[in-house]
Design a protein around this ligand. Structure first.
Ligand code: C2O
Ligand code: CU
Length: 462
């Protein structure tokens, strides 16, 4: 009897697995995907040399997950790596148990194991998913992909008018392989993190991006690099209208340059896409040609009609807010000489050499075990972050978006609702949010080497 039932269940499971294409809707309102993490050779260009990466579904970036706001995302995940892993859904104001932080919100998925992620998509926007175990290695080897939630029905998708531009910065050796010898390099960990020597856009070096030349185009920029801050411009100085940051709509403004710290997203609108020729990365004195635009003619699109302008929520009153002081310290050329690690105060040099720990919050080497605060559900919270180091940091809060008076886009401060804020050396910033999502939520630097080396802690909300 029970074996027959098992057999039937297996058949049903088997059917579900084989019949549904990715992104299919089987049940009303549920979007199904399967992701498998595995070692895969990848071609960045026409070069016959393949680079050995670790990828989701053998693709870099991993498959574009597309859904409509209000749907449930259902992902069956398989770990075909030879080390444990998890998936974090960056920017999703998620259920805590689905947040994908190993040892904090779930156990790691062991080699050969699987995990069922299932959660509602309550916000539209540009998000991404990435490994959250040893991310400094697993993300560097390619374990990430884009996730776009639309606020309208996408069944009839506009070709070439709504485009993800996902950038990554790879550190490759002369055989075009991932430079594995430098994983864990203390120079990287104590300075600006692992910086690469090859820039990919959507998994290719200098690809052609097809854009619809008749009508406005939406570009969704996303920085998946471990540590590199990227600056993009369009050739000819074409202006971009910023409409969303980190998923959430913002008060729109025009700019000719987009700055993206690791994990950040910026969505822009280009009014006249027929002018698009080249995408340039302009961080160094000589602009790098990152991609070329290839005009195609397609039907007139609706990308503009569907734009929402309302942020996820408005800046809350902070009169009775709970304050969390986060004094960010450490790193090379910093002023931290000793810090507490696992209950013991030790010199920074000793911590660096023996534990690969280099960064601290309030004198404590951080990690999944460091509690920054316990907050009552519903409270308004102000994280008073002080970057008292010689390096920029991309500070990310899980499970929430926060308001910040941002100085990321020039002199003028802008009120932005973000999940990741790029802080300059010496900067003090107030990150304001409503703690309305219960659980254990990480707050950490998204320069992945900094996080691994101590720049992170947990905010408990109940
Ligand atoms: Cu995108 Cu804790 O990370
Ligand atoms: Cu950092």
């Amino acid at each position: 009897m029970s074996s027959r039932r098992e057999f039937l269940n297996q058949c049903i499971a088997g059917l579900t697995l084989t019949i549904l294409p990715s992104g299919a809707i089987a049940e009303q309102g549920v979007r199904y995907y399967q992701l498998a993490a595995e070692p895969t050779p990848h071609f960045f260009d026409k070069n016959p040399l393949a680079t050995d990466l670790w990828l989701y579904n053998k693709a870099n970036p991993g498959p574009l997950i597309q859904a409509t706001k209000g749907e449930i995302l259902d992902v069956e995940f398989f770990n075909n790596l030879d080390q444990p892993t998890t998936i974090h859904w960056h920017g999703i104001r998620n259920i805590n148990s689905m947040d994908g932080v190993p040892d904090l919100t779930q156990s790691s998925v062991e080699p050969g194991g699987k995990f069922h992620y299932r959660f509602p998509l309550n916000d539209a926007g540009t998000f991404w998913y990435h490994s959250h175990n040893k991310a400094w290695e697993q993300v560097a080897r390619g374990l990430y992909g884009p996730l776009v939630v639309y606020d309208y029905d996408t069944n009839e998708n506009d070709i070439g008018s709504d485009i993800v531009i996902l950038a990554d910065d790879w550190l490759l050796n002369s055989d075009e392989q991932i430079d594995a010898n430098s994983f864990g390099n203390l120079g990287h960990w104590s300075h600006g993190g692992r910086l690469g020597n090859a820039l990919s856009i959507n998994g290719k070096f200098k690809p052609a991006i097809r854009v619809s030349s008749n009508g406005p185009v939406r570009l969704r920029f996303l920085n998946a690099a471990n540590a590199r801050i990227l600056n993009f411009e369009l050739s000819g100085g074409i202006m971009m209208k910023v409409i969303c940051v980190d998923g959430s709509p913002c008060e729109s403004f025009d700019t000719n340059r987009i700055t993206l710290g690791p994990a950040q997203r910026v969505d822009v609108l280009i009014e006249d896409a027929s002018q698009l020729v080249e995408l340039l990365e302009v961080s160094s004195s000589k602009a790098l040609n990152a991609a070329i635009f290839e005009p195609i003619s397609s039907k007139l699109t609706s990308v503009k009609n569907s734009l929402s302008t309302e942020p996820y929520y408005s800046w809350p009153d902070t009169k009775n807010a709970k304050k969390i002081d986060v004094h960010m310290q450490g790193g090379a050329m910093g002023n931290l000489s000793k810090a507490t690690f696992e209950g013991e105060e030790r010199g920074l040099r000793d911590l660096a050499l023996k534990e690969a720990k280099l960064w601290a919050f309030n004198g404590n080497i951080g990690g999944y075990g460091l509690s920054l605060a316990e907050i009552e559900i519903g409270e308004v919270v102000v994280i008073k972050a002080w970057n008292d180091t010689a390096w920029p940091h991309a500070m990310h809060l899980h499970g929430h978006h926060f308001w910040v008076a941002s100085s990321e886009f020039g002199e003028k401060k802008r009120a932005l609702l973000r999940d990741t804020y790029l802080m300059q050396p010496g900067e003090k910033a107030e990150l304001v949010f409503i703690a309305n999502n219960p659980g254990a939520w990480l707050f950490h630097c998204h320069m992945l080497e900094h996080h691994a080396a101590g720049m992170g802690g947990v905010i408990y909300i109940s």
